[in-house]
Ligand binder design. Structure first.
Ligand code: UDP
Length: 240
């Protein structure tokens, strides 16, 4: 079942269900892709039809960010829980390690994907790092060739939104991968260069506030959250 929040349809799944679906997508030849929009991305999709299409065509749309959960609740069609992209991938890695599956890490500044790969292989023995590449390339062709020769099961595309969503949509038919996931700044987190909020902040749904405290320049982007909630309230009042 999909639940619509301001024009973006989210899959109503728990983390466990999302991982189960993700693992079954690794069994099929068709290159699926997963997106994890937060309120900022939903607002972007309202102004950028290409971004909206890239999100709509994804095989799985996961609610990243507590704002989406509140939005769905305000609209009277609640989503089961928050499924942050960075955590979704960690759960996938745990399962993939059991069967020696492989992941390719694409994105972030020079050296970050490599560092993330080292840390992930220490944390998940059995998980194969098929390759890594930074996210500041000019041409897609050579990047696609490198990914295809590595032929990973899963490709993480961490180029920021909505660039990563568009990139996955445009290139899915050229890529020899089973599944892709667009995961924003996750490689920075796995590499340890950006810290996730401590558990207690996460439990209180204040991860966004912690991030703002660490990176105050995000204030402009975060102002889209109140705008998002206003639009959701408007949609509710119009009875849609
Ligand atoms: N990035 C990239 N190529 C680009 C633009 C951005 O690889 O052309 C990377 C950037 O280095 C960062 C990630 O994409 O690692 C975006 O992180 P951000 O925190 O903006 O994403 P969020 O997690 O908020 O979606």
């Amino acid at each position: 079942m999909r639940i619509e929040v301001l024009g973006v349809e989210f899959d109503a799944v728990t983390m466990a269900e999302a991982v189960e679906r993700g693992m079954s997508m690794l069994q099929t030849e068709k290159p699926d892709y997963v997106v994890t929009p937060n309120p900022e991305v939903v607002m972007t999709c309202r102004q950028d039809p290409e971004a909206a299409r890239a999100v709509r065509e994804a095989s799985m749309v996961l609610p990243d960010g507590i704002g989406i959960i509140y939005g769905a609740k305000i609209l009277g069609r609640p989503l089961p829980e928050r499924v942050p992209g960075a955590d979704f991938a960690l759960h996938m890695f745990g399962k993939m390690a059991e069967t020696g599956r492989s992941v390719y890490l694409l994105g972030a500044k020079t050296g970050i994907a490599e560092l993330a790969g080292q840390k992930l292989s220490e944390r998940f023995p059995g998980l194969r790092i098929a390759g890594t590449g930074d996210g500041y390339f000019k041409e897609d062709g050579p990047v696609i060739d490198r990914i295809n020769s590595a032929a990973p099961d899963l490709l993480l595309v961490c180029l920021g939104a909505p660039k990563q969503e568009k990139w996955m949509m445009e290139n899915r038919d050229k890529l020899n991968v089973r599944l892709m996931a667009g995961l924003g700044g996750s490689l920075d987190v796995y590499a340890g260069v950006v810290e996730r909020a401590p558990e207690c902040w996460q439990r209180m749904n204040l991860e966004w506030l912690y991030r703002l405290k660490k990176e105050p320049r995000r204030i402009g982007r975060m102002m889209r959250l109140p705008q998002f909630l206003l639009c959701v309230t408007g949609q509710r009042l119009r009875g849609k």
